[in-house]
Design a protein around this ligand. Structure first.
Ligand code: FAD
Length: 369
């Protein structure tokens, strides 16, 4: 069987990696649009505090976080160790004590079946500042030792590299789809057909452009995110936990004295690949209010990413009814770096073995792709 994957963000990269592990002949093609979500995503992998209760979505989110241990050990065994993954923990904070109490209760309810979250406990403002020094004084926190962060640029590149080492092909190109006697066929930018028995579209926020010519109305739209990267020269930030305020702006840190503050959530902005004054202001104001110790940090860059947002928060994962050989994976929204590796494994097993490791009925493309 020959499988073609369109889109090498975290989802397509994972599908390629898992197919290659199975010995399937796989090719992955990617255009690297400006605003590719995987290149901009913050990288927090800590699902347990979210206020979103949608059960199908939350189940996949939590499974995605759990799957990271297996993913990382599989990549490590293949020599892929530079993936920017660290179990640095997460600190949940809130402006109101009542909000923190609610979050704490929610987390404890959820981690009954998630030992990977570790020994979750309430910590004092002083302990919180020991873990994340720039944090404002007086903020109690709920500490989740199993929270993690990942550099998705490194991780997705590692998955593609591992796939190629196992025989996959990877190339940069813009491709399109056509219908040929009820079957999807892929055409490259030179007008040549790319032979494949199965096609998996993991084209993120751009997927509708490739699926519309097949008569499909794909309900995924770009949600623009502007995310600020700062440097604290000479400060060892690599072990700092992710900071998850129970409002919209969060923080995390990486090895190279880098602290990241995210992010705007702009619906209706289309593919506007610009840093705006309002976006930068929003993120920096929220970040500095929460962590005034970052005031002297150097601004390195502001990244722009287009989250592939579905209408009902749930991802779309499955075979497209009525079109032979076509499978879609998309709609990972704001949680795709957590869900993506496991969802890619699901797509790989669905296509190669005819069944995914978990039921995907709730995510079926019927009426949604
Ligand atoms: P993408 O990464 O966008 O990849 C799609 C690829 O398909 C692109 O490279 C594109 O060029 C390619 N493509 C499209 N059309 C074609 C074509 N016709 N031919 C060839 N190639 C094509 N998630 C978390 O879990 N934790 C976080 O902390 C987090 N933070 C985020 C912060 C921001 C600011 C943003 C923007 C996102 C964040 N996310 C986070 C979400 C996560 O980044 C996304 O859900 C995820 O990266 C989506 O991956 P994807 O593979 O579906 O799409």
């Amino acid at each position: 069987m020959r499988v073609l994957i369109i889109g090498a963000g975290i989802l397509g990269a994972s599908a390629a990696y898992h197919l290659a592990r199975k010995g399937v002949d796989v090719e992955i093609v990617d255009e690297e649009h400006q605003g590719k979500a995987t290149l901009a995503g913050a990288g927090i992998v800590s699902p347990w505090a979210t206020a979103v209760e949608q059960p199908d979505w939350y189940g996949l989110y939590a499974t995605g976080a759990r799957y990271y241990a297996e993913l990382i050990s599989g990549l490590t065994a293949l020599g892929e160790t530079n993936v920017g993954y660290g179990k640095v923990g997460a600190l949940v904070v809130a402006e109101e004590k009542g909000t923190l109490d609610e979050a704490e209760a929610r987390i404890h309810r959820r981690i009954k079946n998630a030992p990977e979250a570790g020994d979750v406990r309430r910590i004092s403002p002083a302990e919180a500042r020991e873990l994340f020094p720039p944090l404002r004084e007086g903020m109690e926190a709920v500490y989740i030792p199993g929270g993690a962060r990942v550099d998705a640029r490194l991780l997705s590149a590692a998955m593609v590299r591992a796939a190629v080492a196992m025989g996959a092909k990877a190339r940069n190109d813009h491709v399109t789809l056509q219908l040929d006697d009820g079957r999807a066929v892929c055409i490259d930018s030179n007008g040549a057909r790319i032979e494949a028995d199965e096609i998996i579209v993991t084209a993120g926020a751009w997927a509708a452009q490739i699926l519309n010519p097949l008569g499909l109305s794909h309900p995924v739209a770009p949600q623009k995110g502007q995310i600020v990267h700062l440097r604290l020269p000479g400060v060892a930030t690599g072990k700092w936990p992710c900071l998850l305020p129970m409002s919209s702006h969060y923080m995390l840190a990486f090895d190279d004295s880098r602290v990241v503050i995210g992010a705007t959530r702009e619906n209706g902005a289309g593919f506007d690949y610009r840093v705006t004054a309002a976006g930068e202001h929003e993120v920096l104001s929220a970040g500095l209010a929460l962590a005034p110790g970052l005031a002297s940090a150097t601004h390195i860059e502001t990244r722009i990413g287009f989250r592939p947002a579905s209408r009902d928060i749930k991802p779309i994962l499955g075979r497209v009814p009525g079109i032979a050989g076509l499978t879609v994976g998309n709609g990972l929204g704001a949680a795709g770096l957590t869900i993506g590796p496991f969802a890619g494994k699901c797509l790989a097993e669905l296509v190669a073995d005819g069944a995914a490791p978990v039921a995907l009925d709730a995510f079926a493309p019927e009426g949604r792709a």
